[in-house]
Design a protein around this ligand. Structure first.
Ligand SMILES: *[C@@H]1O[C@H](CO)[C@@H](O)[C@H](O)[C@H]1NC(C)=O
Length: 191
């Protein structure tokens, strides 16, 4: 009986998660289109550890990830407890003039005791409170799918008349690269 209830609850959750869109008005309802295909979030000021990514190849992203992991481990051994399980991981892509530049950042939770900035490869970064435009997408994240989704978000922001930084976007990942399911986001900072 309990099991059946649990199964029903899970099934209902599944239904809720697949039926997105205009399912709150049932029967004969006026039709509309969703115009703003993005979220607007106000993020608190935050701290990140950041390292350079040499190219858009997955192997370079994974290498940068190991770099951050090693740094976190080293700092934790020195008494600073930089966590390795905080999310999102952010890949910043600067693709204005010249060759694109990439960096990878991990979120450092508030009240984490952080070291002096002494590592040549990993920087501690403080970001002020910021308004971020967000587009959600699925699938194993890649620079390619991120790029397409960033283009979509930029188009939507232009249509909505928003001011934003046109040369930089970030891809946010919330699971390990090897996870079977993914929730990814593109972040573009409001100007
Ligand atoms: C966004 O990312 C998803 C998942 O990788 C992909 O299927 C889709 O084609 C991308 N582009 C757009 C425009 O949604």
């Amino acid at each position: 009986m309990i099991m059946a209830q649990i199964m029903f609850a899970l099934f209902a959750l599944f239904l809720v998660s697949v039926c997105t869109g205009q399912d709150f008005c049932v029967g004969k309802c006026p039709h509309y289109k969703v115009l703003e295909d993005f979220e607007v979030r106000l993020y608190d000021a935050s701290t990140w550890i950041t390292t350079k990514v040499d190219s858009s190849q997955a192997s370079d992203v994974l290498a940068a990830n190991s770099q951050l992991k090693d740094y976190a481990k080293k700092q934790t051994e020195a008494g600073f407890e930089i966590p390795t399980d905080s999310w999102p991981a952010l890949i910043k892509v600067k693709d204005g003039k010249g060759d694109p530049e990439f960096s990878l950042s991990w979120f450092v939770p508030p009240a984490t005791k952080t070291p002096e900035d002494s590592d040549p490869l990993v920087q501690l970064e403080s970001k002020p409170e910021a308004t971020v435009y967000v587009r959600v997408f699925g699938g194993t994240p890649s620079i390619q799918s991120g790029q397409e989704n960033a283009t979509k978000l930029r188009e939507a922001l232009i249509t909505a008349g928003k001011n934003f930084d046109h040369d930089i976007y970030s891809g946010a990942a919330y699971e390990s690269y090897f996870s079977p399911a993914h929730h990814n986001e593109i972040w573009i900072y409001a100007a």
